[in-house]
Ligand binder design. Structure first.
Ligand code: SME
Length: 148
């Protein structure tokens, strides 16, 4: 799917109510729209922990609660900056969820500059994510930030 098409679909999906349904739809669009997105999840920050919300993928992750600062997810939430990992086996912070994962991108979701959650995407393809994915997912995160 084109990034612009996905953006339009996501904008529309965010109008769905209840709000929790809207987040599920966004995860669906990302998972179904991009083959290289092997696992897609949204974590929400509650106090000092990231709590897994809606997700799509072949397998469930055991990391449903991640303390702030732990793993690639915790790093992105702590700094508020997108983390793009081309080779998860070379990143000491990486918390393994699936044996098949080769690369990962984590994009913080902010509300008024404050991190409230993040989009986490794993890929079974090495170096699957580039600056276009980061730009696109940062736009999605902006939309989510206004919604949450
Ligand atoms: N790999 C992440 C943990 C979440 S799973 O990918 C779903 C990390 O290093 O924080």
């Amino acid at each position: 799917m084109e990034y612009a098409t996905a953006e339009r679909k996501i904008k529309k999906a965010l109008l769905a109510r209840p709000k929790s349904t809207a987040l599920e739809k966004v995860v669906d669009i990302l998972y179904e729209g991009f083959e290289k997105y092997s696992w897609v999840g949204i974590y929400l920050l509650k106090k000092e922990n990231l709590i897994l919300g809606p997700w799509r993928g072949k397998q469930a992750t055991e990391h449903t609660t991640i303390p702030l600062g732990m793993g690639v997810c915790g790093a992105a939430a702590k700094t508020g900056k997108t983390e793009l990992v081309n080779d998860v086996s070379q990143d000491m912070r990486y918390l393994s969820c699936f044996l098949s994962t080769r690369s990962e991108i984590v994009v913080p979701i902010k509300k008024k500059e404050v991190v409230v959650g993040e989009i986490d995407i794993d890929s079974d393809t090495p170096a699957a994510f580039d600056a276009n994915d980061a730009t696109f997912l940062e736009k999605v995160a902006d939309m989510l930030g206004q919604h949450i």
